[in-house]
Design a protein around this ligand. Structure first.
Ligand SMILES: Cc1cc2nc3c(=O)[nH]c(=O)nc-3n(C[C@H](O)[C@H](O)[C@H](O)COP(=O)(O)OP(=O)(O)OC[C@H]3O[C@@H](n4cnc5c(N)ncnc54)[C@H](O)[C@@H]3O)c2cc1C
Length: 624
């Protein structure tokens, strides 16, 4: 039986092991940490559970939704979403709502925001290359400054003037117009396989005890099937020869070196470290490309507050100037069981940093102090209410898409493709800003590749739902078609991540095509001809029938049509005149009806598109 060694027990590594177990293959997962879940772990501090950030479970990939349900069953909850923005002493609904935003800003600021918005609409910046220009052109510079600039810069540590506009534009470009139209016409509800559509707006799935529960359970299921997860062992060396990995070496916490063999190897460790661990070392160009990859680091300060309810949101974006934290999570609102004592609340204060930043190296006490001060500054808590606190640091939380990352990635990918039994998967494994679902999907595909399938894990992206549907329903040929190569995507020129990659998806479907999909388009010529023939013949036949019937006065009513058809009479010659004229009139009428109907549908699609775009713009922060 083939044996597989998997580096990392995050969502990608564990899902790969799970899939391998279904395929009847043996695997061993080697994890550096003492617990599973990676970035999607749940940390337990004195019974208070919290995530690294807040992990919403949502996916458009049916396979992943089914897997989540399969692993957790009833412990997989549907939770309501509430999130707001805190700015300058006020809370604003998020996604943004015009009236709420203007009311919260006060009359003077609202007036200035209105002016700035009008200016942006009348005199938009002609150049739209930066994130700042892109958002300002749509919301006005003042609203951009209040609602977009601070948080985006906190997360990415890059001024918005240096962030490519493509990032935001991609989001709008890739709206699922067909879905928007379908929802507008028929309403949303359930998917084909009966699952509730959890819009990212109102609901999300969440494990009863936090995201780590999913991965702990997955590990248990694997263990029950005889597949081991080894903890506290960091893989540091990967020995290879003639394009094949022979074995990997992990160092335990006690410093012991352990060797793991296998026929195949899957890695979710950061790409930079994977390349550096290869023995013998790759060519200098490859090493340099790996060294050039950058990561944004993240830490969370958790405060335990002696209060039953602090705020109703799952999380709040902090836009208030002079506050370092970017977001604040209220884990109790994600799942009530995240706290052991209902009279207490645990808050997760999120700080996005580089590990060379001064704050990264502050002591826990100093960071907790900072957190308490900032929470008090924005009026969320009274410092005397804090019972306890802790800090969790997470290096390499975000793979950075800088100007050169794509070039570097191409070099690394080309080099890694020379290995016949090593696949790199997951978020940092592919240096992709993936959520859990896409990280997991890379694990599934890598596992299937081992048994002879031919998936390109590098092409897994947010539009995978289409891919997956296509894959399940279509043939091998179409499978190849829908999996584009990384080089075919537009990832390359983005400085910061977007989760949306245009491929062969709905993004390129024009409103006309959508109309055709929803309602068959009317052909004006065909409808004109049909109506023309029916009208002409009807009048012709009606006239003839009346003539054949005869009588003292023939067709007094029908002859009234002479007011509309020049020269028409209920006579034999009139019948032919009626045939021609009613035919022409019918043709014009039919043509006009079809044209107007098509035009109306196009206008309707345009309006829906604009509405969906506006909606997506209001939710821009979800993708930051
Ligand atoms: C702040 C934040 C919020 C997020 N929010 C969401 C969300 O709402 N929804 C969502 O779906 N996703 C979210 N994500 C993304 C999600 O966390 C990741 O997509 C997912 O965890 C990636 O899984 P992975 O297995 O690829 O990598 P990881 O989770 O990074 O797991 C990799 C594992 O490999 C181990 N490892 C690394 N190097 C070695 C080594 N040398 N030897 C042995 N083991 C090693 C690590 O310890 C880790 O356990 C968020 C991420 C962050 C940072």
């Amino acid at each position: 039986m083939l044996e597989v060694s998997i580096i990392g027990a995050g969502p990608a590594g564990l899902t790969a092991a799970y899939e391998l177990s279904k395929l009847g293959l043996k695997s061993t997962v080697i994890e550096a940490d003492h617990q599973v879940g990676g970035l999607s772990r749940t940390v337990n501090y004195r019974g208070y559970r919290f995530d690294i950030g807040g992990h919403r479970f949502f996916s458009k990939v049916p396979l992943i939704n089914e897997l989540w349900q399969e692993i957790l069953g009833e412990d997989f909850l549907v939770r309501p979403r509430l999130s707001r923005i805190h700015y300058d002493g006020h809370f604003f609904d998020y996604p943004l709502k015009a009236f709420n935003a203007l009311a919260g800003l006060g009359p003077v600021e609202a007036f200035l925001v209105g002016l700035s918005y009008t200016k942006a609409k009348l005199f938009p910046s002609e150049e739209e290359t930066t994130f700042e220009q892109w958002v300002s052109n749509r919301f006005g510079h003042r609203l951009y400054r209040i609602f977009f600039k601070t948080y985006t810069e906190k997360v990415w540590g890059i001024p918005c003037t240096e962030i490519s506009a493509d990032w935001a534009a991609q989001r709008i470009k890739n709206l699922s117009l067909s879905e928007a139209i379908r929802n507008a016409l028929f309403g949303s509800g359930r998917t084909k396989n009966g699952q509730i559509i959890t819009t990212l707006i109102d609901n999300f799935y969440y494990p009863r005890l936090g995201p780590g529960m999913m991965w702990e359970r997955c590990k248990e299921l694997l263990a029950a099937r005889g597949h081991e997860t080894i903890h506290e062992t960091r893989v540091e060396k990967i020995r290879h020869r003639h394009g094949r990995v022979e074995c990997i070496y992990g160092k335990t916490f006690s410093g012991e070196l352990v060797e793991f063999g296998g026929d195949h190897f899957l890695s979710t460790m950061p790409l930079r470290e994977l390349i550096q661990a290869l023995d013998p070392a790759p060519p200098e160009e490859v090493l340099q490309a790996a060294k050039n990859l950058r990561y944004r680091d993240y830490l969370t300060v958790v405060l335990i507050v002696r209060r039953e309810t602090v705020f109703p949101d799952n999380w709040i974006y902090i836009h208030t100037p002079g506050v370092k934290m970017g977001r604040i999570q209220n884990y109790k609102n994600w799942s009530p069981e995240m706290v052991p004592d209902p009279t207490r609340t645990s808050l997760g204060l999120e700080y996005f940093l580089w590990d060379k930043d001064e704050e990264w190296n502050w002591s826990n006490d100093r960071l907790i102090e900072l957190g308490i001060r900032e929470c008090a500054q924005i009026g969320l808590i009274d410092p005397t209410e804090i019972e306890d606190g802790t800090v969790v640091r997470m290096k390499k939380a975000y793979p950075v898409y800088d100007q050169k990352y794509y070039e570097n990635l191409a070099i690394l990918r080309q080099y890694l493709e020379t290995f016949s039994n090593l696949q790199t998967i997951g978020r940092n494994g592919l240096h992709r800003y993936n959520n859990q679902d896409h990280s997991m999907l890379t694990g599934i595909y890598a596992a299937r590749n081992i048994v002879g399938e031919k998936y390109d894990v590098w092409s897994v992206n947010t539009e995978m739902e289409y891919h997956e549907e296509s894959r399940v329903e279509k043939t091998e040929t179409s499978k190849k078609k829908v999996f584009s190569k990384v080089g075919d995507t537009t990832l390359g020129d983005r400085q910061v991540p977007t989760r949306i990659v245009p491929a062969t998806t709905a993004s390129h479907i024009s409103p006309d095509e959508i109309i055709e999909a929803v309602f068959a388009k009317l052909d004006p010529l065909a409808l004109g001809t049909a109506v023309g023939i029916v009208s002409g013949l009807s009048l012709f036949l009606a006239t003839i029938i009346l003539l054949l019937k005869g009588g003292f006065v023939v067709g007094p009513n029908l002859s009234l049509l002479r007011h509309y058809f020049l020269g028409f009479r209920v006579t034999w010659s009139g019948a032919f005149i009626g045939l021609v004229e009613a035919g022409i009139g019918g043709f014009i009428l039919g043509y006009l009806i079809a044209w107007l109907r098509n035009w109306g549908m196009r206008a309707y699609a345009f309006l829906l598109k604009k509405r969906a775009e506006a909606e997506a713009q209001r939710r821009l922060l979800d993708d930051v």
